[in-house]
Design a protein around this ligand. Structure first.
Ligand SMILES: [Zn+2]
Length: 66
């Protein structure tokens, strides 16, 4: 599994997701997902991997529980 960061083009809010590495896509890929700040589905832009890293497992579990 790889951690990815996706940024909302409307408000700049960044959300982190896990993705199976075999299905990994290049940075700049657009993924439509819910932005809780815009309260709408927007085309989130996948960020380069080097911006990802500080999220630990407990953070991920908290996100998944939402
Ligand atoms: Zn947004």
């Amino acid at each position: 599994m790889k951690q990815k960061t996706l940024a909302c083009p409307e408000c700049g809010n960044k959300q982190r997701i896990w993705r199976k590495s075999r299905r990994n896509k290049a940075a700049g890929h657009i993924k439509h997902m819910w932005c809780y700040k815009c309260k709408a589905v927007t085309g989130h832009i996948e960020q380069p991997e080097h911006e990802v890293g500080e999220l630990c497992k407990s953070d991920m579990e908290r996100i998944l529980r939402r």
